[in-house]
Design a protein around this ligand. Structure first.
Ligand code: FNR
Length: 375
């Protein structure tokens, strides 16, 4: 079907399920244990309802301004939308150009791409696909048991003009993703992954794709490693995978530039809380923290309304993982571009319905939060 017939992000998921290999679908869609957190990431958004305002004129304004500045106190990244591409590994399982599709689509859409440590193309290929050095890329780091390998990568991403680093902290071990472990498929390759010594091709045999590319990750990292990071890299640091109010507080104390409330798309610990629930707790119990650190969020975001709900509650940016992998599967760059177009339309529509003309007008008064749901 033509890419224009995709009307929402779930259309891409259905399409991807049809065309992906057994291994590709299993790796992309799988999540920890019984996938309770995976489902809750999605259903948590039904806790938040809008309180639209009418007769505010915004619905008739020709231009709704969806642009924003990320890492406002450090990198100052301009983005045309408050969404970004979450770093997710192995885009080549869906399309031969892999993550390069996302780099080009991010450029044409004016949004940020998070580049996975386990991307299926090399960093050099990503960098070569940028149109200019100014195009905002953020590198996602897994700290290597061999610290020198990580130090080398940090030097490289700094030289290559990356704008910041996301350090993923919610995957000290791999979640037990049984669909991935059962899927048949032999060889995976992650030239970006330090595991592979630069050209990793490795058999999955029962470990799943995730198990095959993650052996180098240090499960013992701690807050002390933040000092190690600062010694080796000048780029702003974003902690990805924060799941409690207490850890946001600690991130502030450690001078971290931003946190991403995330549970790795449900792929790590099952029964870890949906990021939207953590955001709501933060707003209820420690709203002052929003002035001290930028709060981003990912997990289960599939609609423009999801994005606007998170922004109303204090998030600065919202990431999408699987939707971009699915959208580039089969369609390549135009698929990823279409996914952004769909989100742009839905975000603008939602803003017009709420009666706001720019993101800075969003706030908690525009939503009502219901008690936690469990279905
Ligand atoms: C991921 N994610 C991820 N995160 C990360 O820090 N490094 C990585 O290499 C990967 N790889 C990865 C692969 C796949 C197939 C998926 C689906 C996810 C997690 C990702 O950045 C993000 O947190 C979630 O995908 C967000 O949830 P949604 O948008 O997929 O619901």
């Amino acid at each position: 079907p033509p890419v224009g017939s995709m009307l929402n992000l779930d259309d891409f998921e259905r399409m991807a399920k049809e065309i992906l290999s057994e291994q590709g679908w299993a790796y992309y869609s799988s999540a920890g244990d019984d996938c309770v957190t995976l489902r809750a990431n999605r259903t948590s958004f039904s806790r938040v309802w809008f309180r639209p305002r009418v007769l505010r004129g915004a619905s008739g304004k020709p231009g709704i301004d969806t642009s924003t500045t990320l890492l406002e106190n450090s990198a100052r990244i301009e983005s045309s939308l408050p969404i970004y591409i979450s770093p997710a590994a192995m885009a080549k399982l869906g399309h031969p150009e892999g993550e390069v599709n996302l780099t080009k689509a991010a450029r044409s859409a004016g949004i940020v791409q998070g580049v996975s440590a386990n991307a299926s193309v090399s960093l050099d290929e990503i960098v070569a696909a940028r149109e200019t050095r100014e195009q905002p890329l953020i590198y996602q780091l897994y700290i290597n048991k061999d610290r020198r390998a990580s130090e080398e990568i940090l030097r490289k991403v700094e030289q290559d003009g990356f704008k910041a680093v996301m350090l993923t902290v919610d995957a000290p071990v791999m979640g037990k993703r049984e669909l991935d472990m059962r899927a048949k498929g032999e060889i995976v390759s992650s030239p970006a992954s330090p595991d592979s010594g630069g050209s990793a091709s490795t058999s999955t045999s029962g470990r799943g794709v995730a198990g095959a590319i993650s052996g180098y990750i240090d499960p013992t990292i701690s807050w002390a490693d933040i000092d190690w990071y600062r010694r080796h890299c000048k780029l702003p640091l974003i902690l990805k995978g924060v799941q409690s109010v207490e850890d946001v507080q600690l991130a502030v104390q450690h001078g971290i530039e931003a946190v991403i409330l995330s549970n790795h798309g449900g792929r790590s610990l099952d029964y870890s809380p949906p990021p939207l629930d953590v955001l709501i707790s933060l707003r209820q119990h420690a709203p002052h923290l929003f002035n001290q650190i930028e709060v981003w969020l990912d997990g289960g975001v599939r609609r423009g309304t999801d994005v606007i709900k998170a922004l109303c509650l204090g998030a600065s940016a919202v990431g999408l993982g699987r939707p971009f992998l699915y959208a580039q599967s089969g369609f390549g760059q135009p698929g990823a571009e279409r996914a952004v177009e769909i989100m742009r339309d839905e975000i603008e529509r939602c803003m017009r319905f709420l009666g706001v003309g720019s993101l800075s007008e969003l706030g908690p008064e525009l939503v009502e939060v219901l008690p936690r749901v469990f279905t």
